[in-house]
Design a protein around this ligand. Structure first.
Ligand SMILES: *Cc1c(COP(=O)(O)O)cnc(C)c1O
Length: 433
């Protein structure tokens, strides 16, 4: 029997993060000041982030060593397993090999702790007492609450109201791990109060919640802001995923022809795919594919331009694909993919043709997610079902063409706290948005 589950030992875990920036054909565009429109310097970001993370944000080093305490915290759940989806392959009758990297093994159940641990570590090192952050579907809020507690930090989470109501157990997780959570918009910040004045029943959005968390951090000396996706340092921390994946495939004498990740802010896709960008730029024909919902089609229908990361125009302007910072996407169940913008680095590789992007609707992705659960067993997070859908599309294409191909996708998390979304799917309540 061929190897189905490919594991690395703790000593084989990569000891550095991979920085894609120096390998890109063009340098990344600089972030600009929200007020003046001029390129910003480290001092502009200092009220929000510890200096070590600001340094990583603009670093031109290819490799950034992972500090020992971060490696130790990673080792509680890493290296994560890679599994060959032989049961799904059989069900599809495809000649393709499908491998998935499973990030649902972390305590929070997604890839997000990979950066949460690093951010908590650097904040603690530089004297931060409290972290203010936002969360969409709640995965980031729970991930940062879990690890911040371990590093002795307090956490205040602004959770998008529609998700707060849809996913009550995410709130329970945040509180169990010691975080404090508020449904956003709140009346605790100017940004929140302004939103509530305009619409007392606002369902909230990631853009509004970011404004609230940024304002909280900027107005309290002992508090810094943390973001669970989008930023360069977040994508950097996630590259542990792709580096492990390459080692795992090499162990069974394989290499990927197509590398797939779902894309909200871009970090799990970046984490798996960035380590392949170097090969791609050097001439490899590996395909890198980002997958998003048709209801929030940032990469496939957005404009590539400078825009704000938040609704209240408090964040720096960054060049990225965007649907406009006032865009409030419909309340789909893949809450983690409801963001108007995208990581500037992910946007750049799509814009420059290094990566591709596709969009699918809720019905298509849940159908794929259920097929995956019934073959492979793991119930995927609604976000991850987008990657599964693309993997199935690629596998069926291989079948049609009678060609072998090796497909690798990121199973960014499990769906154990998203069962109400599956209930809605089975009840026929989801629309093809
Ligand atoms: C947050 C989240 C996503 C989307 O965020 P990215 O930064 O695009 O990775 C995808 N999958 C899961 C399970 C998540 O928790």
């Amino acid at each position: 029997m061929a190897d189905r589950k490919i594991i690395l030992s703790e000593s084989e875990m990569p000891k550095s993060w991979y920085n894609v920036a120096p390998d890109l054909p063009n340098p990344p565009s600089p972030p600009k000041h929200p007020g003046t429109g001029q390129p910003i310097g480290p001092e502009d970001l200092a009220p929000l982030f510890p200096m070590s993370l600001i340094g990583q944000e603009v670093s031109t080093d290819s490799e950034i060593p992972i500090p020992e305490p971060v490696l130790e915290a990673y080792a509680a759940y890493r290296p994560s397993p890679m599994i060959r989806a032989t049961a799904l392959e059989k069900a599809l009758g495809t000649p393709a090999k499908i491998y998935y990297k499973y990030e649902g093994v972390s305590p929070a159940g997604s890839h997000k702790p990979n950066t949460a641990i690093a951010q908590a570590y650097y904040n603690k090192l530089e004297g931060t007492k409290r972290i203010a952050t936002e969360t969409g579907a709640g995965q980031w809020g729970s991930a940062i609450s879990q690890v911040a507690g371990m590093f002795g930090l307090e956490v205040t989470v602004y959770m998008v109201k529609v998700s707060y109501d849809q996913k009550p157990y995410r709130k329970s997780l945040i509180e169990t791990w010691g975080g404090t959570v508020f449904p956003s918009p709140t009346d605790r910040t100017n940004a929140g109060r302004k939103t509530l004045e305009a619409d007392p029943n606002s369902p909230g959005s990631l853009g509004i919640a970011i404004s609230e968390a940024v304002e909280d951090a900027a107005t309290h000396d002992d508090t810094k802001y943390a973001l669970g996706s989008v930023l360069n340092h977040v994508c950097l921390h996630q590259t542990i995923i792709g580096q492990e994946a390459k080692l795992q495939l090499a162990k069974v004498g394989e290499s990927a022809d197509v590398v797939i990740g779902c894309c909200g802010g871009g970090s799990n896709f970046a984490g798996l795919s960035f380590p392949y960008v170097r090969d791609k730029v050097a001439g490899s024909d590996v395909r890198l594919v980002a997958v998003e919902p048709t209801s929030c089609p940032t990469l496939t229908k957005g404009e590539y331009k400078y825009d704000f990361g938040d609704t209240a125009e408090l964040t720096p302007l960054v060049e990225m694909y965007t649907l406009g910072h006032e865009f409030v996407p419909p309340a789909i169940h893949a809450g983690g993919l409801r963001y108007h913008g995208d990581s500037p680095l992910v946007s750049q590789i799509v814009h420059e043709g290094i990566a591709e992007a596709y969009a699918y609707n809720q019905l298509e992705v849940f159908e794929a997610g259920v097929q995956f659960a019934r073959t492979e067993g793991i119930i995927p997070a609604p976000e991850s079902t987008h990657a599964i859908k693309q993997a199935i599309v690629e596998a069926l294409q291989a079948k049609e063409e009678g060609k072998e191909k090796t497909i690798l996708f990121n199973l960014s998390g499990h769906g154990h706290f998203d069962m109400s979304a599956y209930d809605a799917y089975f009840a026929g309540e989801l629309t093809a948005e």
